[in-house]
Ligand binder design. Structure first.
Ligand code: AMP
Length: 280
């Protein structure tokens, strides 16, 4: 879809929007379906409470992260059209993704077929490669932070917003989900853009198997398995998928499969082609 007439540096207020049903709820506020009055353009309006942001000292970080997402332009990155505020709330105007988040889709459907998994992974890898070229590391790739549009396009959202964990509380771990964290971040070591490559491997595993590779009863067991990059494949997993996952879930960041090689991997190409052909 072409850019809506929402951009061009216009200053928005709540009066510019007709606000509809809630799309989701979180600790600092909620996300609503909304329509810009003049253009009738449909958006998602994220509403955050200033007092909550202040309490958690997150205002500066929020501004910085809004700024990052605002400047990224890629077919698989959720557009952030702008933001405004009143005395109590901050409003973020986002592209609307009609099918909601991948986390909810996975919860409902348990797992995805190989063609659909490959197609989604190809889109995520492409978006992340674009981010890395712009020196942006996402650091928080997980099904909660991926949205799907009505025409089945995957969109990366929540750009390093440390808020997202606090905001959603969807998983049961103490401080957000551990399942997608790579060994170097877990151990607080120096890390680089290859942290995202690791998460792509975890994501592909969860798409195909219905649960992430390192999930255990307690967080300390999960952490131990992540540190050792220790996981098992179910017997039914195709060789091509095993190959991609094994090459991404490497303990050492610089040995992880580069994202352009994920996109052109034989299994990813053949499976995603099947998916795209079936969707036509
Ligand atoms: P969040 O707190 O940003 O994870 O949003 C909570 C929920 O609101 C998500 O799980 C989605 O179901 C929904 N949501 C958030 N942003 C959007 C969007 N841009 N388009 C459609 N639904 C969204």
């Amino acid at each position: 879809m072409a850019c809506p007439p929402l951009v061009n540096g216009r200053i928005w207020t709540l009066n510019d929007f007709e606000v509809g049903r809630a799309l989701g709820r979180g600790k600092f506020g909620s996300v609503f379906l909304a329509r810009e009055r003049d253009s009738k353009y449909i958006v998602a309006l994220k509403v955050l409470f200033k007092n909550q942001l202040e309490k958690h000292n997150l205002e500066t970080q929020l501004k910085r992260e809004i700024e990052i997402q605002y400047h990224l332009r890629h077919d698989n990155i959720l557009r952030l059209f702008g933001y405004f505020h009143d005395s109590t709330r901050v409003y973020i105007v986002l592209e609307y993704a009609g099918r909601g988040c991948v986390y909810d889709l996975l919860k409902k459907e348990k797992k995805f077929s190989a063609p659909r998994s490959a197609s989604y992974i190809k889109q995520v890898a492409d978006a992340l490669h674009y981010c890395h070229q712009k020196k942006v590391i996402h650091r928080d790739i997980k099904p909660e932070n991926l949205l799907v549009t009505a025409d089945d396009k995957v969109k990366l959202a929540d750009f390093g917003w440390r808020l997202s964990d606090l905001f959603t509380f969807r998983r049961s771990t103490v401080c957000g989900t551990l399942d997608y964290i790579c060994p170097e971040m877990l151990e607080n070591r120096v890390h680089n853009y290859t942290v995202d490559n690791w998460s792509v491997g975890v994501l592909l595993y969860e798409f195909l198997c219905g649960e992430p590779p390192f999930v255990m009863e307690g967080p300390s067991d999960t952490m131990e398995r992540i540190r050792k990059a220790q996981y098992k494949f179910p017997g039914s997993l195709p060789d091509g998928a095993r190959d991609v996952i094994t090459k991404l879930l490497h303990k050492e960041g610089n040995k992880r499969l580069p994202l352009p090689d994920v996109i052109t991997h034989e299994w990813i190409v053949s499976e995603s082609n099947k998916y795209e052909a079936a969707s036509k």
